[in-house]
Design a binder for this molecule. Sequence first.
Ligand SMILES: C[S@@+](CC[C@H](N)C(=O)[O-])C[C@H]1O[C@@H](n2cnc3c(N)ncnc32)[C@H](O)[C@@H]1O
Length: 244
Amino acid sequence: MRLLDYVKNDLGLSAYKDSYLLRRLNSRMVRVGTTSEEEYLKLLKTSRKELDALKDALSINVTSFFRNTEVWDKLKELLKCKSYVKIWSAACSEGREPYSLAIICEEIGTKADIIATDIDEDALNIAKKGEYSNVEEELSYLKSIDRYFTTQNGKVTVKPFLKTGIRFIKHNMISDPPPSRDFDFVLCRNFLIYVEQEHKPVIAQNIAKALKKDGILVLGKTETLPTEGFFEPLDRVNKIFRKV
Ligand SMILES: C[S@@+](CC[C@H](N)C(=O)[O-])C[C@H]1O[C@@H](n2cnc3c(N)ncnc32)[C@H](O)[C@@H]1O
């Protein structure tokens, strides 16, 4: 099917479940009133607006600052005992997760180098810019927003000092080797839920390679990865694991 091939290959969603993609594609086609896959494919290729609407419908880039705050409380505890950490924020979308990491490290006085990766260049460009709207509620986790952001016309912009510890890099979780092999922490959250089961062992192996011994892996709260032989659970509720 050419439409599914286009979405999987050209939009970088090759790892995503076919059934999930087809459901969302059909719903967009009904919404815009296209009657054939060819017609919708043509629209996708010519209309940036529809491409963005499809990405929204697929929840591809859905993210937030301090998503699942209880996980961030736990992360703070784990990071507190370290003076320096190297962290990989994998499938970081538009950057809210790596910026959240940089903020908590700053709050607890832990120096951090963060590599933040995603397959989607548009998302990475937004991340590098560090400009966000409608994030007051997400940032209510913080005592002071002004310490980390400037606010103008309803938008917040990440202050330059927070960006210096983060490198944003394009990276495919399925086909690329890990960006480094000496990470203390890897966050890979809310990406695996969309991924076909067959890709998960490769992802688990790559994450294990990326982490130092005793390094920490954090998954999304509803996600699973084959952990046997690679990781042991540290906090089952918050999906935090230690590399064995
Ligand atoms: C729902 S977002 C998760 C963002 C963030 N980790 C969070 O929990 O808020 C999923 C991200 O996975 C990215 N993604 C999809 N396929 C990928 C792949 N093969 N390699 C790397 N990133 C991928 C998407 O571009 C998207 O930004």
